[in-house]
Design a protein around this ligand. Structure first.
Ligand code: ATP
Ligand code: MG
Ligand code: MG
Ligand code: MG
Length: 471
């Protein structure tokens, strides 16, 4: 049966409740007391204190559906079938309670019996020498040895520096030949979208002392993560995450606003999917109190909104459309996230303000950038100077990666070090001049003009805000 996204979320949580888990609601996208992470990017991230033992969990078995953002995947969005910057991660967690046997058996039970996936299409992978996991898959679940794939540390060992770590066992679903890359050796683990990774089971069983020595943990943990949208892709048997029920409704809205049809033009389809994704990220970020700004999380949000706005322009959408689009996000997701409905008006306001703001300068900026391209062409140059990229950023509100993306489409690149230098120079200047000039004084840039009532600057994050891989 083709269960909907909202149904699947419920089924997962109820299934693990029936296995003694406490269902907790999604934590905010903004990490709590955790400076190591800009935005929550996995179900496990907000539960870290329970894993390390810093806090006592409300129960030793917990299950969640966690909103996640991975800006590190932004290049894939719209291009692969399976990546979004925003997605929901279903997870079941054991804090020193059950371990591999139960985790594996329940993941199998959920996939094959609860949602009814064909076991013949499912393939587990294990960490190369995790014989314990191999035995469970082989003897207890009954998977033939040749259907169990062994991967190395890179893929199947979860580790972040010193601290708890351990092997993973992932579950892949074969979506059939038509999704394959056709290259020889295309099988489980191939980067193409035929064998789609659905679920990652992490068995936290070791402690890394930071020098590469591993000892067995006394308290062994289970941390699993399954993309809800990916689960829906395989259950609904559709092409990509942009075709599952809730995202399809959103995608259709984008097409309606642009007055075009999906699957008529490859480049346009990428833009359609990209907008569909970015508006989800933006809507959820704003509902968690993140505001467009020039730093940290706020800048991530700003980049997503402006990128979506630009792609909207490319599709020929007239005027502001992002807040109208977020209505559909809210409609599709308020079941799982009632806060979206509660903060609806606020979300629309923030989106509209940011879009209006960028709308004022985008056309001019694009003209200027065009001129710069002409100039480079005339001189036979391939790299935009840092000063020019910074001018676009500072005066026309073009995030660096947006300028980069536009130029890359035409075979140009940017002197990024030059950009950073120009940025730093301006920061130093701004710091001294801000003290004397009043708000929106003559030194104000496009970023300073933002209505202060909707701006919240995030402080305490010292990584440079314009770096692209922030999570
Ligand atoms: P992939 O190899 O496909 O990029 P991953 O190994 O990076 O996935 P994990 O870090 O193991 O993903 O996260 C656990 C699960 O979360 C994945 O198995 C997948 O179902 C889901 N997931 C991860 N990244 C994304 C994404 N960008 N969009 C949608 N779902 C995702
Ligand atoms: Mg990934
Ligand atoms: Mg993977
Ligand atoms: Mg994985």
């Amino acid at each position: 049966k083709a269960y909907g996204v909202n149904e699947l979320r419920k089924m997962f949580l109820e299934f693990f409740e029936s296995k003694g888990h406490l269902a907790m609601k999604s934590f905010s996208l903004v990490p709590h007391n955790d400076n190591s992470l800009l935005i929550i990017n996995s179900g496990m991230a907000p539960l870290k204190p329970y894993f390390t033992g810093a806090e006592k969990p409300p129960r030793t078995r917990v299950t969640t559906c966690q909103k996640c953002i991975r800006t590190g995947d932004i290049e894939n969005v719209g291009k692969t079938a399976r990546h979004g910057t925003f997605f929901e991660m279903l997870g079941n967690f054991s804090f020193g309670d059950y371990f591999k046997h139960e985790a594996i058996a329940w993941s199998w039970e959920f996939l094959t019996q609860v949602v009814g996936l064909d076991p013949e299409r499912l393939y587990p992978s294990i960490y190369e020498n995790d014989e314990e996991a191999f035995e469970i898959w082989n003897k207890e679940i009954g998977i033939a040895p040749e259907r169990i794939f062994r991967f190395g540390k890179e893929d199947n060992f979860w580790e972040h520096g010193a601290g708890p770590c351990g092997p993973c066992s992932e579950i892949y679903y074969d979506r059939g030949e038509k999704y394959g890359c056709g290259k020889p050796g295309c099988t489980v683990g191939c980067e193409c979208d035929r064998y789609m990774e659905v679920w990652n089971n992490v068995f936290t069983q070791f402690e890394n002392d930071g020098k590469g020595n591993y000892s067995e943990l006394k308290q062994k943990n289970i941390d699993t993560g399954m993309g809800l949208e990916r689960l829906a892709v395989v259950v609904q048997d559709v092409d990509s995450i942009f075709d599952v029920d809730t995202l399809q409704a959103l995608r259709n809205k984008v097409c309606e606003f642009a007055n075009i049809k999906y699957q008529q033009d490859d480049a346009k389809d990428v833009s359609i999917r990209l907008i569909t994704d970015h508006i989800r990220s933006a809507t959820f970020m704003i509902s968690d109190g993140i505001m467009p700004s020039n730093e940290g999380r706020g800048y991530v949000l700003r980049r997503l909104i402006r990128r979506a706005a630009r792609h909207g322009k490319m599709l020929g959408i007239e005027g502001n459309f992002l807040s109208r689009l977020s209505e559909t996000v809210i409609e599709g997701s308020k079941d799982g996230y009632p806060e979206l409905e509660e903060k609806k008006e606020f979300i629309f306001n923030v989106l509209t303000k940011e879009e209006e703001k960028f709308g004022k300068t985008i056309d001019q900026g694009l003209d200027i950038l065009n001129g710069m391209e002409e100039e480079m062409k005339g001189k036979g140059e391939k790299v935009l100077s840092g000063a020019n990229a910074f001018m676009l950023y500072d005066t026309y509100g073009f995030p660096l990666d947006l300028t980069k993306e536009i130029l890359e489409e035409k075979g140009y690149s940017i002197d990024e070090d030059g950009f950073k230098a120009a940025m730093e120079e301006q920061r130093v200047k701004a710091r001294t001049s801000r003290k004397v000039s009043n708000y929106m004084g003559k030194d104000a840039t496009v970023y300073d003009e933002i209505d202060p009532s909707i701006t919240s600057e995030f402080v305490g994050y010292d990584k440079l805000s314009y770096e692209s891989d922030i999570t």
